[in-house]
Design a protein around this ligand. Structure first.
Ligand SMILES: NC(=O)CC[C@H](N)C(=O)O
Length: 333
């Protein structure tokens, strides 16, 4: 976790919101304040283990909040496309829970934290559940292997269409990012094979890894992430399109696993500072959900050592504080 998140910082009073997010002009002001406050932060490194991601500019920076009332507040590069990467994980888990039932999804994957990096092989070896959690690669590839469909094409369509419903628009894949990761993802292929050996892989491992790599290469914007996060906040109804994507009880399970492992081995620090379920991706996206209130999407490519966006974390902590969103704060009824 970025050092600055370990130090106390004065944010000013919070707008304690008990129902929906507070009136729009205040949220716009705070989004702008967050952007100004952190745009000069130069720490972190753009991911390059997937070669195509290294082309991103360290300066790209966008923030977007979507309320459960469907009102959207955005600033900076909020409409710039980037690959969703690991932020696909909670949404694919939601879709698989919806299709199979939360009980079966939990039994097949597990919901405990690994405390280890997202692509850890040790986590598989050390834990009897093997897959551990849908927020790390092992659990995510196993989740993808549970997607319904008669063949790979149908399973891929199930995932792409489902994620598109969360975003409220048709998402398309970044072919260059997909090919770049497909050529370099031997570690994920190894994880999938290892899970097969432990009976925790539910389709052909090569196929599951390929579909997982495709889902990670879907292009989104900070605005899409905010709407996707707001759909989880709104009990599964997309607040912009008004379409129900998944049932309410699936959302609360998804938010629980995000809280447990959404920022990998830094999830404890994150919950301590921000008090909300979040999920990061190596392209620099970060989604956060304030249940019953809304979703926040931040995009800024430089990452800390765990692979989480540095500015994304700083912005989210600031807005969680100022908007009074921390789930663990006692709020007036
Ligand atoms: N943390 C991430 O965003 C990782 C996603 C990436 N596609 C991988 O599997 O390595």
């Amino acid at each position: 976790m970025h050092d600055r998140l370990h130090t106390d910082e004065a944010f000013g009073p919070s707008i304690v919101s008990t129902g929906h997010l507070p009136p729009n002009p205040r949220v716009d002001e705070l989004v702008e304040e967050a952007w100004q406050r952190y745009r000069g932060v130069g720490d972190g490194t753009v991911a390059d283990y997937i070669p195509a991601l290294a082309k991103a500019s360290a300066d790209w920076f966008g923030i977007c909040i979507a309320g459960v009332d469907g009102v959207v507040h955005a600033i900076g590069d909020a409409e710039r496309a980037f690959s969703i990467q690991s932020i696909s994980k909670p949404f694919v888990f939601a879709l698989v829970c919806q299709a199979l039932g939360g009980g079966r999804a939990r039994q097949s994957i597990g919901v405990n934290a690994t405390g280890l990096p997202f692509n850890s092989v040790m986590a598989i070896e050390l834990n009897a559940d093997r897959t551990m959690n849908p927020m790390v690669n092992a659990g995510a590839i196993a989740t993808t292997s549970l997607a319904p469909g008669a063949n790979a094409e149908e399973r891929w369509r199930f995932i792409r269409d489902g994620l598109s419903h969360f975003a409220g628009r048709e998402l398309t894949m970044d072919q260059e990012v997909y090919e770049s990761e497909a050529a370099t993802n031997q570690r994920n292929q190894g994880i999938a094979r290892l899970l097969l050996a432990y009976d925790r892989m539910y389709s052909d491992p090569e196929e599951a890894t390929d579909i997982y790599t495709r889902q990670c290469a879907l292009n989104v914007t900070a605005r899409d992430l905010a709407v996707m996060g707001a759909t989880l906040a709104d009990g599964g109804v997309n607040p912009v399109t008004k379409e129900r994507v998944v049932d309410e009880d699936r959302c609360r399970r998804v938010l629980a696993v995000m809280a447990t492992a959404g920022l990998y081995e830094q999830s404890g620090d994150w919950l301590y500072e921000v008090g909300l379920p979040g999920k990061s991706g190596v392209a620099g996206g970060l989604v956060t959900t304030a249940p019953g209130k809304g979703g926040l999407g931040v995009f800024s490519p430089p990452l800390d050592a765990a692979g989480n966006s540095v500015r994304g974390q700083l912005v989210t902590r600031f807005l969680s504080e100022r908007l009074g969103l921390n789930l663990f704060a006692s709020q007036p009824a």
